[in-house]
Design a protein around this ligand. Structure first.
Ligand code: FAD
Length: 417
């Protein structure tokens, strides 16, 4: 295994359980990382950046429902399947999996309209048959259509006061149309997410601003702390703290490349870094219960609360390679966060972080055999934490049985060459 991030370690763990002798090499497992081995779940001192992978920065949302807006049906299906495997995966690792779910909330009338537009582009929706209630998905359907969290969107086409985020009238596709009954069923469940008005929202989450107009509850979009997951995996899988410069140097029958953005150089595949800036705050435990995914006066932000009072506030998304936390990003994230939850202004800022999502031309992962010796598991973009369990099972099975699971077919690593 090359890469001891969340993907490489999960695969290594599943391979070892199937009786395969595994060695995991990781460039930053020791020495290069700011944090020593065994301390991966601790906070990073302010102003420091770790060279550890994206897992160290990730918020840990398991957002098969909320993130499905952007992606292809095949990726949506993979996300749903992985979300289904998370409870067992977390239980085996002894890692907490809070189950309050996610509240998607919108602050202003324009935010409500924006949320509606994004939900309407969700793969499980038909174009609305009602000419007054929604627009057809345009030519960019299936691609990321709007502003990223932490970025300002363009001008809105006008307020739709009193409307709620959620599916437009018009119904959903039948479960089977998405190519998988489980995926279809899941998307239907998500689409039927419980819509909440302002008072119901504040009953569910009292710290929300009274200005929040509308929202909905996605009970199955959970969260996990990726640092705790990696720390638990590192107790189970031995990591050799070495950088691999050339796959030919490895003395192994089979090599799995799960090196995040490092995969590009090692395997010559189109994996690019997509910069994300994110903050960690610390407040009173219990200030928030749910993950909050918010539309706040034209900005997107998410808040991921941990049981110990930590709240992750994320994240920007830029096609950049630097590791600078900018004043503008901090300003935008905090403005959106405190607009939604004013009490966050009293929290301590404990970390300001940059990570690089390993992303591909279609932002879907590269999963499968590249040649007789090399298997790739990389390019998980915004959802590598969510996708870790299904990736680990499918790649371990591929290596042990030699047979690719049909779920892998759309993600062939050679599809861009
Ligand atoms: C700001 C931000 C927020 C995110 N939030 C979420 C979220 O809420 N939910 C979610 O599901 N995903 C999230 N992600 C995405 C997620 O972090 C990634 O998809 C995931 O970490 C990818 O896992 P990985 O193991 O492939 O890569 P990484 O986590 O990047 O790990 C790669 C590992 O490979 C090692 N490596 C690299 N090159 C070499 C080499 N030559 N030799 C040896 N070792 C090498 C590195 O040291 C590293 O440990 C977020 C990402 C960012 C940046």
């Amino acid at each position: 295994m090359v890469g001891g991030g969340i993907i490489g370690l999960s695969i290594g763990w599943r391979l070892a359980a199937r009786g395969v002798e595994v060695q995991v090499f990781d460039a930053w497992a020791a020495g290069g990382s700011v944090l020593p081995m065994g301390k991966q779940s601790e906070a990073l001192p302010m102003g420091k950046q770790s060279k550890a992978g994206a897992w160290f920065v990730a918020a840990g949302m398991l957002a098969a429902g909320n993130e499905s807006t952007w992606e292809s049906a095949a990726l949506g299906e993979l996300m749903v399947e992985s979300a289904r495997r998370w409870p067992g995966f977390a239980a085996e690792l002894g890692v907490e999996l809070p189950d309050a779910g996610t509240l998607v909330v919108a602050l202003t009338a324009d935010d409500v309209a924006e949320a509606e537009r994004e939900w309407a582009r969700r793969p499980g929706h038909r174009p609305s048959p009602d000419p007054h209630s929604g627009q057809r998905p345009g030519p960019h359907s299936g691609q990321r259509p709007g502003p990223h969290p932490g970025q300002r969107p363009g001008p809105h086409p006008g307020p739709h006061p009193g409307q709620r985020p959620g599916p437009p009238p018009g119904g959903m596709v039948a479960a089977g149309e998405l190519g998988g009954a489980a995926a279809g069923q899941r998307l239907l469940e998500v689409s039927r997410a419980k819509h909440l008005g302002p008072s119901a929202l504040r009953e569910a989450e009292p710290a929300l601003s009274p200005r929040v107009r509308a929202g909905c509850h996605l009970p199955e979009d959970r969260q996990v702390d990726p640092r705790k997951v990696v720390a638990a995996l590192r107790e189970r899988v031995l990591v050799v703290p070495e950088k691999v410069d050339d796959l030919a140097d490895l003395d192994a029958d089979q090599v799995v490349v799960a090196a995040g953005v490092g995969t590009a150089r090692l395997a010559g595949l189109p994996v690019r870094p997509v910069k994300g800036e994110l903050l960690r705050l610390r407040g009173e435990p219990g200030l928030l219960r749910h993950v909050i995914s918010g539309y706040a006066d034209g900005r997107r932000v998410y808040l991921v609360p941990r049981a110990d009072g930590e709240i992750v506030v994320g994240a920007t998304q830029d096609e950049r390679t630097d590791d600078v936390v900018t004043a503008g990003a901090v300003l935008e994230l905090l403005r959106a966060a405190t607009d939604l939850v004013p009490a966050l202004a009293d929290c301590a800022i404990t970390e300001t972080l940059v990570g690089h999502r390993p992303s591909t031309p279609d932002n879907a992962p590269l999963l499968g055999r590249l040649d007789g010796r090399t298997v790739i598991a990389s390019g998980h973009h915004r959802n590598g934490v969510l996708l870790a369990p299904v990736t680990a099972d499918l790649i371990a099975d591929l290596i042990v049985t030699g047979e690719p699971d049909p779920l892998l077919a759309p993600f062939a690593p050679g599809r861009f060459t």
